[in-house]
Write a protein that binds this ligand. Sequence first.
Ligand code: PLP
Length: 390
Amino acid sequence: MFDANDALERIRSTIGHDGTFVPLHEPRFVGREVDYVTECIETGWVSSVGAFVDRFEEDLARTFEMKHAVAVVNGTAALHLALILAGVTRDDEVLVPALTFIASANAIAYCGAVPHFCDSEEATLGLDAAALATHLEDIAELREGNAVNRETGRTIRAVIPMHCFGHPCEMDALVAVCTRWNIAIIEDAAEAVGSRKNGRPIGHHGRMATLSFNGNKIMTTGGGGAILTNDPELAKRAKYLSTTAKRPHPYEFHHDEVGYNYRLPNINAALGVAQLETLPDFLSAKRALAKRYQTAFADFAGGKIFTDQSDVESNYWLVALILEEGDVATRDTFLKLSNDAGVMTRPIWTLMQRLPMYTHCPRMPLPVAESLEARIINVPSSVRHGVEAT
Ligand SMILES: *Cc1c(COP(=O)(O)O)cnc(C)c1O
């Protein structure tokens, strides 16, 4: 049985709640943010070019052990550009978990393409590659080397797996499926900055990975995002398309295709450089906080704190309490109780196929996503609580 009052008490003792309002996740500025932003203002380099943009891209590439990083205005723009670069065009289909943030489905729609919703697995909260393999055998066939959905006649061009709350999903199995069907992989690593699997940062399994530095993520540039890739041509094209497709010239304006104004301003990149310097401290605080929650809920009957697999070092961006058996009413009783007490908690996202603009989209059976949707509650996860705990 799930005891909502008991769960709230365990959260309050883990974070040392003193009765004041506690947000789900707050940004933290304890490094050189003010110095770097001041430098932008004093030199006048606040906008879409500048030394901090270059430095941030180099620092990101090094952190992720990737050859290239291209900084953009937000994670949604990164996804949009990555889809264009993967060759997604009008009336293609793109596979995406039903259990994800709205950004990926929207980015697919911006391309005139159609999201095709996939189920998740309980062990990682990420896309279930085995279920996807079965589904594709059922509905798809290869025509001239492309996966075509026999039921809709559309080409399935790409897939966007997402590392939910920072927990890496099973990429090896997904790579095998996508190789068989010639489907491009774009990793949505927006939530997984700093997460590692088998000792390596996530983000290298696909043709590209995308990041977000929104204010609620583990590190922030105010608003921001990036595309990671090992392919120099893709990196060059990402930068070009994000810079209004302007051909380099000392004074002429010449654009030779429809481009986008997606470049990250220097002032935001300055924040990013400073935040990356403190990321290692953020990561140890996050993992310490997750451990404290796990201990606090170890003997809790109604649910458990999600714990990563042994080959994984998750960034624990948002700590998740997974109810043992879920119904939306139980979940909502708890959400009301905790938010009324000043402890901010949130359900996971509404599944994509329930949203009015995506109800018509193709999908596989979604039993796990539907079950998880009713059982996941995010609890306060700010770095601050982890620092105070250590
Ligand atoms: C935050 C996030 C994004 C991108 O968000 P922006 O606010 O556009 O930077 C994309 N996908 C997931 C899963 C996210 O959590």
